[in-house]
Design a protein. Sequence first.
Length: 441
Amino acid sequence: MKTFLQVSILILAVLMIACNDNISNKAKNGPVKVELKKIQDGSYQLFCDGKPFYIKGAGLGGDNIKSLVENGGNTIRTWSTGTSSLEGNQMLDQAAANGLKVVMGLDVARERHGFDYNDTVAVKNQLERLSQEVLIYKDHPAMLAWGIGNELNLHYTNPGVWNAVNDIAAMIHKLDPNHPTTTMFAGAGKTEIDYVKERCPEIDFLSFQIYGDIKNLPDYIAKAGYEGAYTITEWGTVGHWEVEKTEWGRPIELTSSERAHLVTEWYQGVIAAQSKQCIGSFVFLWGQKQERTPTWYGLFTEDGCAMESVDAMFYNWNGKWPENRAPQILHFFLNDQNAYQNIKLLPGEKCIAKAEVTDPNTDPIDYTFEILTEVPENQQSLGGDYEKRPVSILKHNTADGVNTLEFVAPSHEGQYRIFVYAGDGKNKVATANIPFLVTSR
């Protein structure tokens, strides 16, 4: 008689096979050998199955694999292996079916979430858990590399974390000789780079997550004396901590067009220009997420429309622009003022918002306006953790391409933000928003 555990394992195996008939066939192909080599001119190069491979990647949010391929991407990264082996294999199978490689993230505990790297038992248990994850996925042909943890240096004090990272990398090299290892930094601080150089000889290359400061990354790496290979695993806009703020402390977001301009500038001037050490990058986020606003970091809106930064990545990866390009936002005003003018309104005050938008394909534009409350300060996320979407106060679609909205300010005093979404009817959109304060004083 089979035990409950044996039955559970059998059921899981059947479900995995039924979910995707290609899993077993792909597994028969075995792992693809990935190597990091220093070539004759002194530069670093990834080789995948013996062929040079440059990462044109994105952090994937949602079911956007096909659109990544259509725009010229070749790699995705994850932050973990998923909530189950079934989920992880589905993701890898889907990537393989679309010709993509995967940098598989391993969810390593963070000190800022309460993990103690002086607790030897907890550290040992984590290593054992991660070794089981490596055994599950190491031979999948879509695997490119392992990402050990995410921003473990963010708000930490114990450098012992890097000893744990090295032990994880050593474990991976023992169990999986076919795929290199990396760890993802928040920023590019010399102290952390020195720690990894000293304590993590098993790490094959470094990965940096850097936003508005990306233009200084080559200098940071040079000053740290790091001469190895690296990737940039998050980039794509200016961080909410790096921008101008209103008098009441709210960050001012770039328009989608301002952001797209920087995406092109940074890719051409920083990422592609550092070809000696940089072996590729992952734009963030190929999807949508809420972090301070619903539009700050994702390259897509909540309803799946692509912003102009997607066009910029198409250009970066293909050397030409897509046939249909996103609308471009020139200006967005609230009562003839822009986002930098600390707009204050009286409760119930009559207002008018106006967007000035152009479309490279001369497509007709539809406008949607929305007013959200700001995220309460005690609910703001840290380091990309979950953040609840703010409350919607008003949402209105204008008719016949009308680019203005007349409304009255909320009756309750507080901090708000008005958004505009200008769509071309072909799943491309321009966005902008303005923070404002409702006060009777």
